[in-house]
Design a protein around this ligand. Structure first.
Ligand code: HEM
Length: 153
């Protein structure tokens, strides 16, 4: 992994939050029971929708914290010293879509909120599709050794 021009702990926290969100998102579908992951000793909780749902919310809060930290740093000084790479910019856009669609899903889950079923399905598909696209782009960035979002111009 190439040295990044920003603190490593931010990268590690971001990767942790994204991996945990992808995993708990998949478990909500629910894939853990279908593929017998929940049969593995110690992993029975992966089939409990309410546990993985709450975990997804907790990791979403962590992700929003990391993103807010980066945005503030970016606006204050990083934008003067760093430039987003092409794959970095692509992932920022996908991440924005994931956060917006995720927040819309949270809104849809609120009691007393009733949305048109077509809108609900669209939000669900956008969130899931963006997860897949993010995985693909992240893999491409890793293979091309361009996983850093920003670099010194
Ligand atoms: C602010 C960030 C996020 C919020 C608020 C959020 C929220 C949600 C909610 C509410 C659900 C639906 C749970 C239900 O069935 O009621 C969901 C599903 C899911 N999320 Fe997220 N999410 C966020 C970020 C992410 C990220 C970054 C990923 C992937 C890296 C991800 C992957 C998934 C997946 C795979 C599902 C299940 C598939 C689906 O039904 O669309 N989420 N998320």
């Amino acid at each position: 992994m190439k040295a990044r021009p920003y603190p490593g702990w931010i990268t590690r926290l971001f990767i942790f939050a994204m991996t945990a969100l992808a995993a708990t998102g998949m478990m909500q579908m629910p894939l853990a029971k279908r593929y017998f992951i929940s049969e593995i000793p110690g992993l029975s909780w992966t089939a409990d929708f309410f546990i993985v749902h709450k975990l997804h919310y907790i990791f979403a809060i962590l992700l929003l914290f990391v993103v807010a930290l980066v945005v503030v740093h970016w606006l204050r000084d990083w934008r003067k010293q760093l430039a987003l790479s092409t794959l970095g910019r692509t992932r920022v856009i996908i991440l924005g879509g994931l956060i917006i669609s995720g927040c819309l899903r949270v809104f849809r889950n609120l009691p007393n909120v009733t949305l048109n079923p077509d809108i609900v399905v669209t939000i669900e598909w956008v969130h899931l599709a963006l997860t897949m696209v993010m995985g693909g782009v992240a893999l491409a960035a890793l293979i091309r050794k361009q996983s850093a979002y920003a670099r010194k111009p």
